[in-house]
Design a protein around this ligand. Structure first.
Ligand code: SF4
Length: 338
């Protein structure tokens, strides 16, 4: 499908952070060491604008990788003024930034509104205070609730970022976190299962045997449940798993459920569960079936089949007393015939 949205990203690694969370090393995750200066930002925006393809109807400038509203106010204004110039000229359509819940208040949001910011992403990570404490986040669940409410009141789009698998987290806590996040009415969520990155406190804890990361399969499982909760509440999941690391910093992933196509793996598991449940229901309502024909919507066939068609093999193994025949077709949802 051709791209309709383009994000022009700028990373401000750790800027605005007054301390370091146990899992975080933005230098490696963004492969960026320095704050972008004015000249660099303008040059990069211009470069992007020159390569925008027909069909793109939404262009955003985004500041990721730190706590934007924790930056010195003059620096915030300097960055926002550049983006705002392009916004006023209708060359871009939005400004997005990420920050922490405890760096949100009337003053910060008033400034963001003045400069036409459209979306605020909040690193909430968990809805459990003990998990936040162990991660040394330095804020509470109540801070997330207050900040989310205020962001919505000011009319910004709200995106919540979550991290299942932090120290002291559990499957149940992650699910509860997803359920509580739904009640904030976010416009989208990002789910980043915790990965152990080099030169973090989590690396030390991991090496001392005090932290055991989720396995890839455990992370897929918990994220599938979270994905289900959000999609069934019409909340878009805009990202699952860290962005693929540049080759130069690939060896900074020490342990944990990192996979360059993590989001695809979760969606494949979600659709495998959906197929399994639908087949079970069909068989319960229709006795004496020897062969089932299952039509899969073409536009989702990669997710339904799974990597290397492993979902098909899985289902044939479970329902091994009947023949399952799969086809892709130009339909909206899956169809099953006996
Ligand atoms: S997670 Fe966010 S607040 Fe914590 S150290 Fe990293 S950038 Fe700073």
């Amino acid at each position: 499908m051709p791209k309709t949205h383009v994000t022009i990203p700028f990373f401000i690694p750790h800027s605005g952070c007054r301390h370091r969370c146990v899992f975080c090393n933005q230098i490696y995750t963004s492969n960026t060491r320095f704050l972008p200066n004015e000249e660099y930002i303008v040059e990069k925006i211009e470069q992007y604008l020159q390569t925008i393809k027909p069909g793109v109807n939404h262009i955003e400038v985004a500041f990721f990788g730190g706590s934007f509203t924790g930056l010195d106010e003059a620096i915030q204004q300097q960055y926002l003024a550049i983006a705002y110039t392009y916004l006023s000229l209708h060359k871009i359509h939005g400004i997005r930034l990420s920050t922490r819940p405890d760096y949100i208040n009337h003053k910060t949001l008033t400034l963001l509104r003045e400069y036409g910011v459209t979306t605020v992403e909040l690193g909430a990570q968990s809805m459990h205070d003990d998990v936040l404490q162990q991660a040394q986040r330095g804020h509470t669940v109540q801070d997330t609730l207050n900040a989310s409410k205020l962001i919505k009141e000011y009319g910004f789009n709200l995106i919540i970022q979550l991290m299942p698998g932090l120290p002291c987290d559990s499957f149940e806590k992650s699910i509860e976190t997803a359920r509580k996040t739904v009640l904030l009415y976010p416009d989208g969520v990002r789910i980043y299962p915790t990965v152990v990155i080099k030169d973090t406190q989590l690396e030390t804890l991991y090496k001392e045997g005090k932290y055991i990361p989720l396995s890839l399969d455990e992370a897929i499982e918990v994220c599938t449940y979270m994905y289900d909760i959000f999609t069934s509440n019409n909340i878009p999941v805009i990202r699952m798993g860290l962005h693929p690391f540049d080759d130069a910093v690939a060896d900074t992933i020490i342990a944990g459920p990192y996979h360059p196509s993590f989001g695809y793996l979760v969606k494949s598991r979600y659709f495998r569960n959906k197929l399994e449940n639908n087949i079970k229901n069909f068989l319960q309502n229709n006795g004496n079936i020897r062969t089932l024909t299952i039509k899969l919507p073409q536009y989702k066939s990669a997710e339904y089949y799974g990597p290397h068609k492993e979902n098909i093999a899985f289902l044939r193994n479970i329902f091994n007393t009947i023949t399952l025949q799969f086809y892709s077709a130009d339909i909206d949802d899956l169809e099953i015939y006996g």
